[in-house]
Ligand binder design. Sequence first.
Ligand code: ADP
Ligand code: MG
Length: 301
Amino acid sequence: MKIGILSRNKSLYSTQRLMEACEQRGHQALVIDALRCYMNINSDQPSIHSRGESLDGFDAIIPRIGASVTFYGCAVLRQFEMMGVFPVNESVAITRSRDKLRSMQLLSRRKIGMPVTGFASKPDDIKDLLDMVGGAPVVIKLLEGTQGIGVVLAETRKAAESVIEAFLGLKANIMVQEFIKEAGGADIRCFVIGDRVIAAMRRQGAEGEFRSNLHRGGSASLVRITPEERRTAVEAAKVMGLRVAGVDLLRSSRGPLVMEVNSSPGLEGIEQATGKDVAGMIIEYIEKNAKPQRTRTRGKG
Ligand code: ADP
Ligand code: MG
């Protein structure tokens, strides 16, 4: 098969591993930088070019679209979908999962466990917003944040009010969330492919840190997950319409709670913590499922 990896950087661990896995399994792999693509959008033959050459004949595309290029990256992916190419994750599902508010609303609609969460843009009553989520302690998150930046634990009501006021003063959209203390500064990353969790790791924050992000000094280890955690992760990916996803769970006293569903989950941490060939499993999934015109939406978005 001819497989395109939509990634801006050939030297990233995940991109490298996906290329290796393609080659090991006898496929042709090509890294495509979405920002360098230009497209002909017409009604009889949509096409994509990059550096003077036409990008055609692909059987599948693996989108690895960074948060900062979601808009154009998804447009390029949609163009491939219109050309009948099988996308590992569809552009609509990626767009959906990048919007934290929309993601939480979709998950709650399907009764999937999540921390009690409030959203605000310009609330005129911060006290009521705090009451809505059960009062302090709360976790306050900037909607645009990643890698733990912009995630603050406010232990008292006074602290919470000040942080909310400060963020809103900067005209940022925020999420105010129940603090899951019993998670103990750890979360569980479940790597979902199709309808299975194929690998899971537990990330533990550094001493005295409630955020488990590896970028914040957290450490990862292999973990056995419960059937309920397995079901929750698979269901969360399904609700988002993602065939490959990293579902982050918090272990709470009322069961697993979904914190985030990631459409381009990194491979380095999970492969190292579990010793599994996750890249190979993604390619295997493509071998079993990639058929032309198999996109559900075919670019309808
Ligand atoms: P980011 O997208 O920046 O990684 P997250 O929402 O994943 O932000 O939060 C970063 C980390 O903070 C999580 O991995 C988790 O360890 C911790 N955390 C986030 N929300 C909560 C919460 N409601 N209760 C307890 N810990 C939390
Ligand atoms: Mg996170």
